[in-house]
Design a protein around this ligand. Structure first.
Ligand code: FMN
Length: 173
């Protein structure tokens, strides 16, 4: 699929069919994620793949009762290895680069999923400590996004975007 077609055609999907996503397909998503750029090529990303209903249920609670998360057969939790980024780049690595790096990896997952006919949603609203506890995420590692992945059971229309004239500045701000 053409990159622009994927960028413009992707939508946040919050309803999923009762249809499994094969492990090989999930691996394709992770493969796309790891090809994202990262500061100093540190690749400070780690991914947790959740399929167990019991764990998904708890993730729903941590994510402020966003019920659609457990409807998806697979939930990928993207974690930023703050420790590794700070070893390379100090405070800037910890507070900025590892967040940017994992955001790029997350977007790769969304676009690749869309190109494979899957639906995803970037879920950022969740209680971090609770999520850390549920998934046994060690210190130095920050859960930054949950991505429910499944076959879409809805086809939402595009949400609007600000016009280019409103967001671009030439030469100076
Ligand atoms: C950092 C971030 C956090 C988000 N968190 C949530 C979330 O917790 N729940 C949700 O339903 N959507 C969440 N979204 C999805 C946005 O609502 C969605 O991307 C936006 O409304 C544009 O719609 P579109 O993705 O269909 O283009 C999040 C998106 C981003 C980038």
């Amino acid at each position: 699929m053409d990159v622009l077609e994927a960028i413009k055609g992707r939508r946040s999907i919050r309803a999923f069919k009762n249809q499994d996503v094969p492990a090989e397909t999930v691996e394709e998503l992770i493969d796309a994620a790891r090809w994202a750029p990262s500061a100093g090529n540190i690749q400070p990303w780690e991914f947790i793949i959740v399929r167990k209903p019991r764990i998904k249920r708890r993730l729903v609670e941590a994510a402020l009762d966003q019920m659609f998360i457990e409807e998806a057969p697979v939930v990928i939790i993207v974690c930023a290895n703050e420790e590794r980024s700070s070893q390379g780049y100090g405070a800037r690595g910890k507070t900025l680069y590892c967040i940017q790096d994992t955001a790029a990896a997350t977007q790769n997952i969304h676009l690749t999923a869309y190109s494979l006919g899957l639906g995803t949603c970037w879920v950022g609203a969740f209680r971090e400590e609770e999520t850390r506890e549920i998934l046994k995420i060690p210190r130095g590692m920050r859960p930054v996004a949950m991505i429910p992945v499944g076959y879409p059971a809805e086809a939402p229309t595009a949400r609007t975007r600000k016009p280019i004239s409103q967001i671009v500045h030439y030469e100076t701000f």
